[in-house]
Design a protein around this ligand. Structure first.
Ligand code: 2RA
Length: 337
């Protein structure tokens, strides 16, 4: 029978999505340990007709676990990821804790499956799930990169509340009501009004003027594509949308790639759906991709600032909780079967 699983952070938005994805994809687990903080321990719930009791997460939680899916924040991953791996579990970590550690695979199964070579059940390891905006960007850019070699990428993201957690989604809903009722908006998660507004991503600003989220896109792209020369210049913006990110991506290629060829390549790429009809002016939107597996690509057009067909501009949307986190992690686990 299949692998024994542990879900670390099962009560969070991504933790809950792990369960949805495992069920949707009939993942062949033999058992699941539902792990969360002491606050949630003891709570009971039913999953796939079985009753589970949430257990408090401790170092002993990983005895006999084959695959542990982590999404409980970087400090929990840093503390207990190595403990779980030392006990023989393959850890798939959704935090940023280990993404840039040399030797730790940073994996998007459709993009760089070869990074999982040597990782197998029974031999403890840590595998890092990339940041959601990186996954969404590279799912669309990689099929084109494979054909025409991307040398430069300008990425502007429009990131949903879900990326800041379930509490941020609740705050967006609450603030929207408050503003419509003429009340002062409650600002707990973000330092300023979020409803009917947008702002630079809420991660820490670096000395170079870029925030952590933007530097994740730069650094993770280079690791996943194994290309330290790729030039990436990002701007990450938090927008009042619930759970799907949108990204405007401008690609510069080493070889020419026209928009029709690009559309053909993207139409045949795994995990993508092309929504790009000029006659009806149809294009990806967050609501079209929310709760869906596929990343949507559209607005496929020449980059007018480039000569010939060396530049392409596309618009991409993807569900941040699903392919941006939980689905990608479960697909990594499926590679172990
Ligand atoms: C965000 N990428 O959207 C982060 C979540 N991991 O804030």
């Amino acid at each position: 029978d299949g692998p024994s699983l542990a879900i670390v952070g099962v009560t969070g938005a991504v933790g809950q999505e792990f369960l949805s994805v495992l069920s949707d994809r009939d993942f062949p687990y033999s058992s699941i340990r539902m792990l969360a903080s002491r606050r949630s321990a003891g709570r009971r719930f039913t999953f796939e007709e079985r009753e589970y009791v949430i257990e408090e997460l401790t170092p002993d939680s990983f005895d006999g676990v084959d695959v542990a899916l982590f999404s409980a924040g970087g400090s929990v991953s840093r503390e207990l990821g190595p403990v779980a791996a030392a006990k023989g579990a393959v850890v798939v970590d959704n935090s940023s804790a280990f993404r840039m550690v040399p030797g730790v695979p940073l994996v998007i199964p459709e993009v760089n499956p070869e990074a999982m070579d040597g990782v197998r059940i029974g031999k403890g390891a840590i595998v890092a799930n990339p940041n959601c905006s990186t996954i969404i960007c590279l799912m669309a850019a990689t099929p084109l990169h494979r054909v025409a070699k991307v040398t430069r990428m300008v990425v502007d993201t429009y990131q949903a509340a879900s990326g800041a957690g379930a509490a941020a989604m609740e705050e967006l809903e609450l603030q929207t009501r408050e503003v419509l009722e003429g009340k002062k908006p409650t600002c707990k998660i973000f330092s300023q009004q979020y409803a009917f507004n947008l702002f630079s991503h809420n991660s820490a600003l670096q000395s170079n003027g870029y925030n952590e989220e933007e530097m994740k896109l730069v650094n993770e792209t280079r690791k996943i594509w194994s290309d330290n020369d790729i030039k990436v210049t990002p701007t990450c913006i938090r927008v009042p949308v619930m759970r799907a990110h949108a990204e405007s991506i401008k690609l510069q290629f080493e070889k020419p790639l026209d928009e029709n060829t690009a559309r053909e390549i993207l139409s045949n790429a795994a995990g993508l759906v092309v929504i790009d009809d000029r006659a009806t002016n149809s294009f990806p939107t967050p609501l079209k991709v929310s709760n869906k597996d596929d990343i949507a690509v559209g607005r496929i057009r020449r980059d007018l600032s480039m000569d010939g067909d060396y530049g392409l501009s596309i618009f991409v949307c993807g569900d941040q909780i699903r392919k941006g986190a939980a689905l990608n992690a479960v697909q990594i686990a499926e590679m172990l079967l």
